[in-house]
Write a protein that binds this ligand. Structure first.
Ligand code: SF4
Ligand code: SF4
Length: 82
């Protein structure tokens, strides 16, 4: 999963870009649900939120490190696609 850091300026452009609806507005900044973020695996070649974020505040989440295989499994669970 990726994570949104406190550098987030609440610009709102990432939320509609997420294919997994993993991004939502939190109490102070936007947040990513690690159970829903596939790092865009299965949908796009690049993480869409990272592509659009103007302040570059969406790194990989060190507390939710996942292999490509794990991200594919999550994608399959979320979408029902194989
Ligand atoms: Fe959503 Fe992709 Fe960003 Fe994860 S990397 S939050 S799946 S847009
Ligand atoms: Fe925050 Fe970046 Fe998303 Fe804008 S695009 S809401 S700055 S994480």
């Amino acid at each position: 999963s990726l994570i949104i850091t406190d550098e987030c300026i609440n610009c709102d452009v990432c939320e509609p870009e997420c294919p997994n609806e993993a991004i939502s507005q939190g109490e102070e900044i936007y947040q990513i649900d690690p159970n829903k973020c596939t790092e865009c695996v299965g949908h796009y070649d690049e993480p869409q939120c990272v592509q659009v974020c103007p302040v570059d505040c969406i790194p990989k989440d060190a507390n939710h490190v996942e292999s490509e295989d794990m991200l594919w499994v999550k994608y399959e669970k979320l979408t029902g696609n194989k």
